[in-house]
Structures are given as C-alpha cells and as structure tokens.
Design a protein around this ligand. Sequence first.
Ligand SMILES: *[C@@H]1O[C@H](CO)[C@@H](O)[C@H](O)[C@H]1NC(C)=O
Ligand SMILES: *[C@@H]1O[C@H](CO)[C@@H](O)[C@H](O)[C@H]1NC(C)=O
Length: 168
Amino acid sequence: MGLNNIFLFVAIFAVAYGVCPSGWSSYKTNCFFLSRENETMPDAQVMCGIIARSYGKTGRLAAVPDVGTDTFLFNLIDASQYDSYWIGANDLVEEGKFVWSGTTMKATYAKWGQDQPDNRGGTEHCTAMRGKDFPFIGFNASWTDNLCTDLNNYICEITEIAGAGIVG
Ligand SMILES: *[C@@H]1O[C@H](CO)[C@@H](O)[C@H](O)[C@H]1NC(C)=O
Ligand SMILES: *[C@@H]1O[C@H](CO)[C@@H](O)[C@H](O)[C@H]1NC(C)=O
C-alpha cells in the first residue's frame, strides 16, 4: 500500500470509528481521561470542562450508566498509579437521589460498597470510585459517597472526536 493509500485508510477508519485524544481511553462512543492531580469534586468538574474545551468538546466527570462502563473504568483505575477517583454521581440537589453531573440522567446503575452511600455526618454528596488496591478493605473495588471537598483524582468524559486520528 502506498503512503497516500495508508493515509486514506487511516482517515476512513478514524471517521468510521471515532477517536480519542492521546492519553484518553475509548469505550463505545466516549473517551475517558484519568487525572494525575487531586481536586475537590467541584474543581474536578471545572477541570473536566477546561480540558474538554481544548478539544472543542463539552466535558464532565464520567457518567457510569452500566456495568460495562463500570468494569472498563475499574480496569483503567487498577492500571493507573492512583486508587480513588471522582465520578459524576452526586446527590447535591436532593439527598439520596443520585444524578450524573452535567447531565439529566439519574444514577440508576451503581456499584456502591457495603453500607454505601451512608451520607456520613449528613454531608457526603459526591462519589468516589475506588480501585481494588484502595487501602481500606471493604471500600476497595466499589463506589463510596464522599465529602465533595475531599481531594480525589478524577475521571473526565467527552464524546469521541471523529477524524482527529489523521494527524495523530
Ligand atoms: C492524591 O491522593 C491520593 C490519595 O490520598 C494519593 O495517594 C496521591 O498521592 C495524591 N496524588 C497527588 C498528585 O497529590
Ligand atoms: C479488596 O482488598 C482486599 C485486601 O487487599 C483483597 O483481598 C480483595 O481481593 C479486594 N477486593 C477486590 C474485589 O479486588
């Protein structure tokens, strides 16, 4: 195959399947980014927006609507350097009614750990996803409600960028 044909092939492939920016992971039609920094949940949401805008996208903390997405993200966490990441689920508007930030979706699927969410102290309204190596047994490989002002790494989500792979 000549070079021009290879480029054509890559371009068609990228348009047909969509691509994620370098450093992001593709699942179905979305791209996910695991931060190296710790932020509060509100600051993590802002960061996801800022990062996404650099790709011309609207970004938000990851929504995890099903077990497939959950398993995909748990595997990314377990392969990463950190164990605890903000995802978008929060009950800031109405206690006990978790929704995905930046969307109108209710959190119907959830992988809460044992006795979670417990709204400890009446103040835990944000959600951290912990990998299997999270160092508190019973809190690993599951979700926990957390103080929104706690520091955690975070997972951002954008939709795929069709065609961007040509320059990659
Ligand atoms: C983020 O917090 C986790 C858990 O407290 C810690 O292990 C990690 O070193 C922190 N990362 C940064 C970049 O501060
Ligand atoms: C949670 O951590 C414990 C202790 O390290 C470990 O034995 C267990 O397998 C972990 N759970 C999962 C689901 O990985």
